[in-house]
Unconditional design. Sequence first.
Length: 362
Amino acid sequence: MSQTYRITLLPGDGIGPEIMAVAVEVLNVVAKQDNLQLEFQTALIGGAAIEATGEPLPAATLEACKQSDGVLLAAIGGYQWDNLPRHLRPETGLLGLRAGLGLFANLRPAAILPQLIDASTLKREVVEGVDMMVVRELTGGVYFGEPKGIFTTETGEKRGVNTMAYTESEIDRIAKVGFETARKRKHKLCSVDKANVLEVSQLWRDRVTAMAKDYPDVELTHMYVDNAAMQLVRAPKQFDTIVTSNLFGDILSDAAAMLTGSIGMLPSASLGSTSLGVFEPVHGSAPDIAGQDQANPLAQVLSAAMLLRYGLNQPAAADRIERSVLKVLDRGYRTGDIMSSGMIPVGCSAMGRVLIEALEQV
Ligand code: NAD
């Protein structure tokens, strides 16, 4: 009898339930093919959780995630919750989940697929061959640093405060993920900071530089974040692995995402010091197209592949999913976000059906 893997599904809001349904179908087919026992449980997060329980991350959800072998998340958020107090907003649920599971590293691959070069807004010669991994620190920095809040000054004026802070150990553990990731790729690591202005970045640069001696096979460079933003659109092929802080990584990984043509194609993995990770698309809940069967489910499906590869150590099943995604693109199927002339337009559920067909052939 093979091992049973418990997977917690967090469909969340907006297009989340639609793209999650496709990913679960794909996982079920792959499980059958590879004789894996996958046991799914669904839990609430984000706006859906606020509606049902009054809070964005119910204790039962965090507990279910802790008890599982992997968490597959879709997306959270929507305009109707934007004006709630900060601690009740959907995003707070997501931050709480990452913190509660100790997930301090977010791995975001951005590789251009040959079939989608024309979906990029940049010129073919700039993006052809782009293949990078952004390693973003996830549980520290300005999103978590104290003090934070909106305070009233002595003159009665309001003052918004966030604090960008990193300890040496927080920097060291993410730098290590950066070096180890670079080692599995092209042995090139670019650490992005703002050390010319921020003390917290100076400490970041010092620690990353100190760690480089343990990785003589990895070529380390440093870049200021403003230059990195520029270089990402000017000459993105220069990057292999990027390691950076929470805020800078949030922004740069979205820019890297757009190099590939669509945010609807990009998966990510959030990892900590155990094998329990959260696997989720880079994109948000796309409320503008929610419920219209227009969403691209491929980032969610590729997140399921990352769950199999990094979370459950099932690389063959992950490979099969990734090959089937390439196959449907080869056959010309495109959702609206990656559409180009001459291709076959499909919605979210139809993309799911052609994926299942492809899976049965790879
Ligand atoms: P978004 O990623 O949801 O959407 C940006 C644009 O990309 C929209 O035009 C959307 O239609 C499109 N898009 C996104 N995913 C797509 C897909 N799979 N297929 C086709 N098109 C897709 O970002 P946003 O509009 O800035 O945010 C919307 C909501 O999502 C907000 O509430 C925000 O807080 C939340 N959000 C959540 C996450 C997350 O769950 N990790 C990440 C980012 C934003």
